[in-house]
Design a binder for this molecule. Structure first.
Ligand code: PHE
Length: 344
């Protein structure tokens, strides 16, 4: 069933690249979501990603109790493309045109393949953009806040599993040392956790020493003997093939769309592996951006809202236990209820 409010698919005037903006819902308020500039086998794969990712953003805002809807931009790059210099600017301006045409129904933020500096470039075309650098009037990098939010979710999961929110000595397997993964690894290292890390870019291996972490391969980490796996890169890591290999007690991470299909949540549950829905564990970035840029909260209050993810997760895990549901079912029900009651 097609359930999106609107999807824009156009050829960038400057670059000829396919620019896709999926607005899933504005029932709770104007949609927001990141701009993903990433390589896809074909633009249709980018479209499919935008449809899934924008729906997840609706759930992310609803579960966080924020009055925004879900959207996502995908600039589908041909395999092997690296966008730099003037061509990158042009692509971002193409994105800006598409956002401007939506007239406030959707605002952009950073995502895989983009950063705050890119948001400033989009901001040359349209004001509907979050996370510009402070000197350009925005709230800056959302990644550290996403990492703090995931840390809060991990504390709630630890309390649920082990009766204590203390993470010292626990073993974590972090999949992806990108903007969020690297911050999260540093936070966990500071908590005294034992880390195993991986990235598709072998160049990231150099980071392991500073983190006191062990390095492993992107495939091997799935079977690693750790307490918690932390997906912090691209989606789709949890599949019918990978879940049987997991040796962890829980999967809790900020990557969007970790499940290859919704049924994988049941598979995890049957294996006794706690899965905290990605859109709950990864909400820190949007919570911070919206709280500071839209709600004009100060840094302390914004941080407190991000930290409240711990209570949200504790509440969801309690509800799931009480009602005999998976955490995914409990979170989906909460998000759907909020969207439904807001709809006119
Ligand atoms: N990449 C962010 C996410 O998936 C998107 C975002 C961040 C949007 C900050 C707005 C502000 O949650």
């Amino acid at each position: 069933m097609f359930e999106h409010e609107q999807v824009v698919l156009r050829t960038g005037r400057r670059t000829g690249l396919p620019v896709i903006i999926a607005v899933h819902s504005t029932a709770l308020g104007p949609a927001a979501g990141g701009v993903r500039m990433w390589r896809y086998p074909a633009w249709r794969d980018g479209l499919a990603d935008a449809l899934r990712l924008s729906a997840a953003m609706t759930a992310k805002f609803a579960a966080a109790g924020l009055s925004n809807g879900g959207g996502k931009t995908v600039v589908a790059l041909p395999e092997g493309t690296v966008l730099e210099g003037p061509r990158r600017r042009d692509a971002l301006h193409d994105v800006g045109d598409a956002i401007a045409a939506l007239d406030g129904a959707y605002s952009a933020g950073p995502d895989v393949g983009t950063a705050p500096a890119d948001m400033a470039v989009i901001g040359e075309i349209t004001p509907h953009v979050f996370c510009r650098p402070a000197e350009s009037g925005g709230s800056g990098d959302s990644s550290p806040h996403t990492a703090h939010g995931t840390l809060a979710a991990l504390r709630a999961a630890a309390r649920h599993l082990y009766g204590t929110r203390d993470l010292a000595g626990r073993r974590f397997g972090i999949i992806g040392l990108g903007h969020v993964g690297e911050h999260l690894a540093a936070l966990l290292a500071a908590e005294g956790a034992a880390l195993t890390v991986t990235d598709i870019d072998p160049g990231k291996r150099a980071r392991t020493e500073a983190l006191g972490a062990a390095w492993t391969g992107p495939d091997e980490i799935l079977g690693a003997d750790v307490d918690v796996l932390v997906p912090a890169a691209l989606g789709g890591v949890l599949t019918e093939r990978t879940v049987p290999r997991l040796r962890c007690r829980a999967v809790v991470g900020p990557a969007n769309n970790q499940l290859a299909s919704p049924g994988v949540a049941d598979l995890l549950h049957r294996r006794g592996i706690l899965w905290v829905p990605d859109y709950v564990a990864g909400a820190g970035g949007v919570i911070h951006a919206v709280s500071t840029e839209l709600h004009r909260l100060g840094p302390g209050e914004a941080r407190a809202r991000v930290a409240a993810i711990e209570d949200t997760v504790t509440g969801l895990l309690g509800t799931a236990d009480r009602l005999g549901q998976t955490p995914a079912q409990a979170a989906d029900a909460l998000a759907r209820r909020r969207v439904r009651t807001a709809a006119p």
